[in-house]
Design a protein around this ligand. Structure first.
Ligand SMILES: [Fe+2]
Ligand SMILES: [Fe+2]
Length: 271
């Protein structure tokens, strides 16, 4: 199975970059499934239901979220009716929405997609290791699902690596989001799970993690309440990675980064 995962879509720049490129990428890379993190898609903060639908309409199959999940409050009332939108698994019991979803492709193959948040330098939440393992006990890779992808929305690379090792051999891909900075550590772990610490953002990199740099820099320099952060509006680099999995084992055969447009160096999977 050929899966593309794109990191945090930030504002209009990120949305435009993804919607302009995705239809052609789907064809060119013969993608079976496209997953995007869209916690910053609505003007940098949250995801409106309308933008969620627009992304689905241009070739996105599953949307994951993170600490900005509820910045757009209109999603809270609608998320239970959106089975392809996944919020972090380790939010408190009773939180609207779901922490994972199973997608069925047109040919019947099934994919589990999980969103879970780290706890280092983040809000205190339930244990991402234990909760993910409990979930995976109900979805067996290569048996009930042909592939499984875990989006680890976390600040610290160490926590992401640790979760990668704990899940190695149990899922197809563990990929980080949230730092908005793509890492060059994509690899297949010892037991067959593809891994990358962070997918990077889909947004304008002439910025501070997607936000206009003047106001974002002023916050660090002046230590005074400043103007509200606004997304940078230059051309996005669409950032993520592609993985090819074996349908029998559910494990990864190949993984490669994808970076297109904007100011980062380009990268395109060649399998
Ligand atoms: Fe983000
Ligand atoms: Fe985040």
């Amino acid at each position: 199975m050929r899966i593309l995962f794109l990191g945090d879509i930030v504002g209009r720049s990120g949305r435009d970059g993804v919607t302009a490129r995705l239809p052609e990428l789907r064809r060119q890379l013969s993608l079976d499934l496209v997953i995007v993190n869209a916690e910053n898609a609505s003007h940098g903060f949250g995801l409106s239901p309308g933008i969620a639908r627009d992304l689905m309409g241009c070739g996105v199959d599953v949307i994951t979220l993170g600490n900005h999940a509820w910045d757009r409050r209109d999603l809270i009332g609608e998320i239970d009716g959106m089975p392809a939108v996944v919020r972090p698994l380790n939010f408190p019991p009773g939180t609207p929405g779901q922490g994972s979803t199973v997608v069925t492709l047109a040919d019947g193959r099934k994919v589990l997609v999980v969103n879970v948040m780290g706890r280092l330098f983040m809000d205190p939440l339930d244990d991402p290791f234990r909760l993910t393992l409990e979930l995976l006990a109900r979805h067996r890779l290569g048996v009930t699902v042909q592939a499984a992808v875990v989006d680890v929305h976390a600040e610290a690379s160490s926590e992401k690596w640790a979760l990668g090792h704990v899940l190695d051999g149990k899922v197809s891909l563990v990929v980080g989001t949230h730092t908005h900075t793509p890492t060059a550590d994509h690899r297949i772990l010892k037991a067959g799970t593809a891994f990358q610490s962070d997918a990077g953002m889909c947004g304008d990199y002439d910025s501070v993690i997607g936000m206009q740099k003047e106001a974002a820099v002023a916050r660090f320099v002046r230590k005074m309440p400043g103007e509200r952060l606004q997304p940078a509006e230059g051309e996005a680099t669409v950032c993520g990675l592609m993985v090819e999995t074996d349908d029998v084992t559910g494990l990864a055969r190949k993984v490669a980064p994808l970076r297109q447009g904007g100011m980062l160096s380009g990268a395109m999977p060649d399998f």
